[in-house]
Design a protein around this ligand. Structure first.
Ligand SMILES: [Mn+2]
Length: 279
């Protein structure tokens, strides 16, 4: 904005809210020159709070982003086999996201095979996918500014009894949480349902992150489904639900969907299958 028009705009305002997490000191000093000091109000989290409830147009864009990611998952499933590099799968995901209309990926794709699946944030490496092991894929895209985010864990070859058992526990934990999500519930009560199920099976120590997070213009935003968050869910919140169990040096399982919170329950936007896929 030109200096003169800046002055004109600011002089017409009673007060100016500043998102203090997003303004540099230089920008603040510049702003202060134009505005009267008393009219500047430092805000933190206010815009994020407003943004956590999505309107129908925003939900449509997220729905589209999620559907692109679902399609991409079905496309890459066929190329997962022993000997293929994790980074090859990540490259295909990137290609297909753009091919199906996304602007780009929402974050660095996580492709974690074998022991690496026990790393919750295992970005695609040059590891070759092996036989009879889990592969976790966590990826998403941006469509008209809005993000998708999904995780599936598939088995390459044959799962052993322990792998099947852990997969079922994570899958049930997610299902239990999805069953109770609704407006007016607290975020932490939803986290507690998934965490409680995993703990009841003896794996509480192996679920080291929160259950989910808001998704929208940013990949991680309000509202967070965390054990410490007492905020209440509201109709129109869009959140991920992503429990996991990570057994160090062995394997990990995470399953993640995106849902829209409704007054009665929730709507799951993710349609990719969740039964254990064996490729
Ligand atoms: Mn996520």
């Amino acid at each position: 904005m030109e200096r003169a028009s800046k002055k004109k705009v600011f002089s017409s305002l009673d007060s100016i809210g500043i998102e203090k997490d997003h303004l540099t000191v230089t920008q603040f000093e510049e702003l202060r020159k134009f505005a009267r000091k008393k009219s500047l109000k430092l805000l933190r989290g206010s815009v994020e709070q407003l943004r956590s409830v999505k309107d129908d147009d925003e939900i449509s864009l997220i729905r589209k982003a999620v559907s692109i990611t679902d399609t991409v998952f079905s496309k890459v499933l066929g190329m997962i086999k022993p000997g293929v590099l994790e980074s090859d799968i990540a490259a295909e995901i990137s290609y297909f996201h753009r091919k199906f209309g996304a602007e780009k990926e929402a974050f660095d794709t996580i492709i974690a095979s074998g022991e690496r699946s026990a790393l919750p944030h295992g970005r695609a490496s040059s590891r070759k996918i092996g036989m009879n092991e889990f592969l976790t894929l966590d990826f998403g895209c941006i469509y008209e500014g809005y993000h998708s985010d999904m995780t599936r864990t598939v088995c390459v070859g044959k799962p052993n009894e322990e792998m099947k058992k852990i997969y079922t526990i994570v899958s049930d934990a997610q299902k239990n949480a999805l069953d109770v999500i609704a407006a007016a519930k607290t975020a932490r009560s939803i986290d507690a349902v998934a965490r409680g199920h995993i703990a009841s099976k003896g794996f509480g120590h192996y679920f080291g992150h929160s259950l989910g997070h808001g998704v929208g213009l940013e990949i991680h935003e309000s509202l967070r489904l965390a054990s410490t968050n007492k905020e209440k869910l509201r109709q129109g919140n869009v959140v991920t639900v992503e429990p996991g169990i990570y057994l160090p040096k062995k394997f990990g399982v995470r399953i993640e969907d995106i849902v829209v919170v409704r007054n009665e329950g929730c709507e799951n936007l993710t349609t990719s299958p969740k039964e254990l896929i064996v490729v």
